[in-house]
Design a protein around this ligand. Structure first.
Ligand code: 5GP
Ligand code: MN
Length: 341
């Protein structure tokens, strides 16, 4: 993967004008990559003398609480005044780890209404929206954190990456690749990890802080979801699970507790596609995962107003759970008949 040199030089020029007020924004339900890439990029910009505010629409999962600089994140849902002020004053807005402003949900309106700043996209999702002053869209890049690493390296050299920035970047790389197990695992990615190691990151520590820091309720909810709620269809090659608000309350659900559940059915031999339906106040949030050629980005776009990557995508349903699941099963059938499964 080669970054477009002309875009790098345009970015360099933009950032060299003078010290500026800059905002970074990332997607709703921010994950390790959204937060790791935003905070690391913000740190790199601060090294140049810029003033940077990183904003996310809502809170991150609790197992990311330890991440360096996470206290500086402005959470729009909790602190919209501070977020709006930073957006109003911003001269540049970096949009990290999402492909369409609608992914900001409650934050998208504030961004549209309060700002005429130049917007720059740094992302690895398919089908980026148009209208950015500058677009760094690399769907073949395994994480936005790895893209940020490459931008920093190309602009200023990897020497400027501090240990804290290295931890932030590693979290993004690790979580978006399923701990280095999914696609787009290139020699360049592992070379970047080697550089992060030289900066002093301790991989087992980061692994434990992210993957071995859940609550007991989460472990029990997982058992319940697999044992009681997993349904196999299409000859056992498609799986889905669902969790209602009542079920989540029963297991003292905290934001982030269902992270990773959707991957588990794919550990079953010959499984091609998995989905989880999580009930929220006003809609159902859906995650899709697939193996190999099965393209859940297309499936999510066509049936559930969503998108993402080929093997990991998401979407929404505004119908009740039973109707949503029935619609899903019908969609899988139709999709399979067309030869997509
Ligand atoms: P997750 O299932 O982990 O929430 O999301 C999987 C992938 O799909 C992520 O890359 C995420 O950004 C994307 N994604 C999740 N929900 C949506 C959605 O509603 N719309 C779109 N376009 N992408 C989504
Ligand atoms: Mn990502």
């Amino acid at each position: 993967m080669e970054l477009v040199k002309e875009h790098i030089e345009q970015l360099r020029a933009m950032l060299s004008e003078r010290p500026m007020k800059i905002v970074t924004v990332s997607h709703t339900n921010p994950d390790g990559d959204a937060i790791g890439s935003s905070l690391a990029w913000a740190e790199a910009l601060r090294q140049l003398g810029h003033t940077v505010t990183s904003i996310v629409p809502n809170r991150h999962p609790y197992f990311l609480n330890w991440m360096p600089h996470i206290d500086e994140l402005v959470i729009f849902k909790q602190d919209s005044e501070r977020a709006n002020e930073a957006i109003r004053e911003a001269e540049l807005i970096f949009c990290l780890d999402f492909n369409a402003l609608s992914r900001l949900e409650i934050l998208s309106e504030a961004l549209g209404a309060n700002s005429s700043a130049r917007r720059i996209l740094i992302d690895h999702h398919l089908s980026p929206e148009e209208g950015f002053a500058l677009t760094f869209s690399y769907p073949e890049c395994s994480s936005t954190a790895f893209l940020v690493y490459q931008l920093i390296e190309a602009l200023w050299g990897a020497e400027c990456i501090t240990r804290e920035m290295a931890e932030l970047l590693y979290v993004g790389m690790m979580t978006d690749t399923g701990n280095f197990a999914f696609s787009f695992l290139t020699p360049e990615l592992f070379r970047a990890v080697a550089v992060l190691l030289e900066r002093g990151i301790v991989i087992p520590d980061i692994h434990n802080r992210v993957y071995n820091s859940y609550t007991a309720g989460r472990a029990r909810l997982f058992g319940y979801a697999i044992n009681r709620k997993m349904k196999l269809i299409h000859g056992g090659r498609v799986a889905h699970m669902s969790l209602t608000e009542e079920e989540m309350r029963r297991f003292c659900f905290q934001q982030g507790d269902s992270e990773g559940f959707v991957n588990y059915p794919l550990t079953i031999k010959k499984m091609k596609m998995s989905a989880i339906f999580i009930e929220q106040h006003d809609f159902i949030r859906i995650s899709f995962r697939s193996r190999g050629a099965v393209d859940v980005n297309l499936f999510a776009r066509r049936y559930f107003n969503g998108g993402g990557h080929k093997n990991a995508a998401g979407g929404k349903s505004f119908e009740p759970m039973a109707e949503t699941l029935a619609r899903y099963e019908a969609a899988v059938e139709e999709w399979a008949e067309e030869g997509n499964l």
